[in-house]
Write a protein that binds this ligand. Sequence first.
Ligand SMILES: [Zn+2]
Length: 311
Amino acid sequence: MQKRIIASTLIFFSLFITSVSFSQGRNRIKTIIVDAGHGGSDQGAKGDYSTEAQITLKLSMKVAALLEKELPQTKILQNRTTDIFNNVKEKAAFANENKGDLFICIHVNAAPAIRHSQITGYRNKTYYTGKGSKRKKHTKKEPVYKVWFTPNPRSGTGTYVWAADRGQAKENAVSERFESTEEVADAPDPNSPELAVISRLWVQKYFKNSVRLASMIEDEFVKIGRKSDGVLQRNEKGIWVLQATNMPAVLIETGFITNKEEEYYLNSEKGQEEMTQAIVNAIISFKNLLDGTRGAPADAAATETGGSKKK
Ligand SMILES: [Zn+2]
């Protein structure tokens, strides 16, 4: 019985997906949300002379501007364009209400300073044992430490996708989307078992697409010579905003603000231009992949359709 329900649900689902795919045509990413991490009262990680919130704002302004230029058919929305604080719930709600198809969070990483200690000498410490007439005085030698910290040399980029074991939060967000969207005609009852299966499949699809986009972003970073930690998942501390948005979502750690060179790079015009171009290149490749154009050169497309090659 259970199996039959699942089977019919899957048939229903594949028909449903087919119709959605056809109705959406070849422009599957209509709205991109660019989220500058932190801001206002929450400046995020701190470097020698800049904060994470300052860098993420500058970078996301540039990313949004370049996306607007390169993808004129796509609506580009930013969570913040000034130094203000939005909590993660507001950020997720903004992305969901605007029916984003892609959620890009820009952040800067930090690593704790490294603690060092060294024995610089000894001092005598007095202590007592026993009570009354048995009370005895003792002394013992105790090392004296000098403690100091040096900057953590950790560097590199990493793009996070939500942890797979946090799927439930995402499923709820996806279900909500079905409740509110008009783009899906005849959407099933949000409380039906069919919807539970469908939203789970959407979640898997979003997850797969998030990982795809994340690896494309990291590949672009490698091309511009950045050290990359690749695609990451943060299991110990869920990235709430990635879980709560009902669309493929990635969180880009653009480098370590606690690393002198990376702080300099991320604040520099060159660094920002390069990072912006890399992020936008990845988004365009991803969009082309989804739209089925896969960045194929005009020549290749002409060959495929039997057209003549232009030189
Ligand atoms: Zn951050």
